[in-house]
Structures are given as C-alpha cells and as structure tokens.
Write a new protein. Sequence first.
Length: 156
Amino acid sequence: MAEPRTVTVNRKARHDYFIEESVEAGLVLTGSEVKSLRDGRANLKDSFARVDHGEAFLVNAHISPYDPAARDGHEPTRSRKLLLHRREIDRLSGKVKEKGLTVIPLRLYFNARGRAKVELGLARGKRQYDKRQTIKEREARRETERALRSSRRQGR
C-alpha cells in the first residue's frame, strides 16, 4: 500500500495553540474538491471544526476551485461535513463545552487507501507570553544543535 500523502499542514496551529489530543476524521467532498486536493491546492489557515445538531463540520477551510471543472465547481470555503463516530463527536463537543477548548484542523492528507482525511486537534489557545516562550525554546534548541554540529566537525 502507498504511504499517506500530506496535502497541507496548518503551521499556525502549533504556534497559536497547545494541542492536547488529535483525532482522524474523514471528509465529505465533491469530485472537484478531491481533484483540487490531489493537486495540493488547499489552505487550513483560520479554519476550525464545529458540532451542530450532532454532526461535525469543517468550517472555513479553503480548497481552491479545480479549473477543468469550472462549470460544476465548488465553493472554496464551504462547510464540509466530517465523518466521525458518534462517541467521538459527543466526546469532542463535551470537551469543547466544558473546558473552553476548540477543535482545529492540523493537517489534510490522503491515507494509504487514497481517502481524504483531516487530523483534528483538541486545542487550548496560547497567550502572547506562551508564544514567546515557545519561540525562545525553539531557538535554544537550534543553538545547541548548531554547537554540537560544529564541535563534531572540529573533532575530525
């Protein structure tokens, strides 16, 4: 079987939120949306998941129109239904209601069977000082890696 192929990653998600857990969900898509995803033309910035009347939806995810399907194309930012088990939907909606968490898409990909999937993260928003702390830790890690690499080179 083929390896899962990532279409797009929501890079701002890990910068703006603490991800507490993640869930895989299927997507209900039209044919032109699938074609556009296979071309890698999607953006998850500013998108989120919402539970309405016991159904989960991906809101504000942008999938560019597929040019050859101009006549029968799709609306780029329409709400798309997420395919989750009932207990997963209930658990996610319960946590969002009680803890002040939100559900955001982390990445959009095709699994080994060729099905479009979205990885959803149960997230808590970071404050400004949390973001600064994360950046500081990342830069410190890079510095130590750089120092280790240079010391290995000089040790030769």
